[in-house]
Design a protein around this ligand. Sequence first.
Ligand code: NDP
Length: 290
Amino acid sequence: MAATIIDGKAISAKRRARIAERVTELKARGISPGLAVVIVGEDPASQVYVRNKVKACEETGVFSAKIVLPAETTQEALLAVVEELNGREDINGILVQFPLPAHLDEDAVIEAIRADKDVDGFHPESIGRLVVGKETFVSCTPAGVMVLLEESGVDLNGKDVVVIGRSNNVGKPVGLLALAQNATVTFCHSRTTDLPDHVRAADVVIVAVGRPEMVKGDWIKEGAVVIDVGINRLEDGRLVGDVEFETARQRASAITPVPGGVGPMTIAMLLENTLTATVRQNERKQGGLR
Ligand code: NDP
């Protein structure tokens, strides 16, 4: 039986509609959520991502400040911009679009962002809090994966979850989130031997590698759930994931398509994190706001 297609577009639209309602509620109480998006240089893909983020803010009523800096911006100048945003009352969340030009130190920029404005969830404090199971900002793509699973009725309790990829922004956090939901988690990566065997044993496979269709459909256990984070542009212009979709969907019980699966969730989760940041900062300021 062919798998249910997990519709990230529809799930994201539902979340964004709810976010717009929450923004209206907050504004009625005199609180206006604000997100700063900083872009350095003219990387075309980054420009598209930033444009989409600003548009999503406009559509949900979140105030956005787009800060465009030239490619030759120095580390000191960039850190000064972050510092200024840290202090701005109208900015609750700060996102610096990566990759930065090669002369800039991304880690130092992440660490300069005030932890309570770290809506990208990349700050070491956010990641540390995730590891110890404390309230934190979860980075947007892994958070989006968990929403897709939840909305698809997938209970991870006791399940064997295989995560392929161990990056700090996707693989590691998504594995930790699955662990927090009582899954038995295996992390696979470029040095893993017998990758197909790991995948064959998995109830849920989450793939975040960046290699077109590397996970073959016949590796998927009958009835498994497949979440494909990968986005790969082929030479013929087609966009494909890290999983061989057509064959995998014949075996899986549910699967995300590319595009239209994980991708649309990322911006929705960024907006959610911005709202969370807003509420937390106001709670701290006024006490008791929910
Ligand atoms: P990284 O390049 O940071 O990490 C890739 C991971 O894949 C590494 O851990 C690497 O292992 C592992 N890997 C590489 N080759 C193999 C292999 N042959 N077998 C098993 N594992 C392998 O990528 P990201 O995590 O940032 O992104 C992964 C994919 O997800 C990309 O396609 C990216 O475009 C996409 N993405 C999509 C988003 C969305 O919104 N949908 C958001 C973010 C990313 P090792 O650590 O050993 O090198």
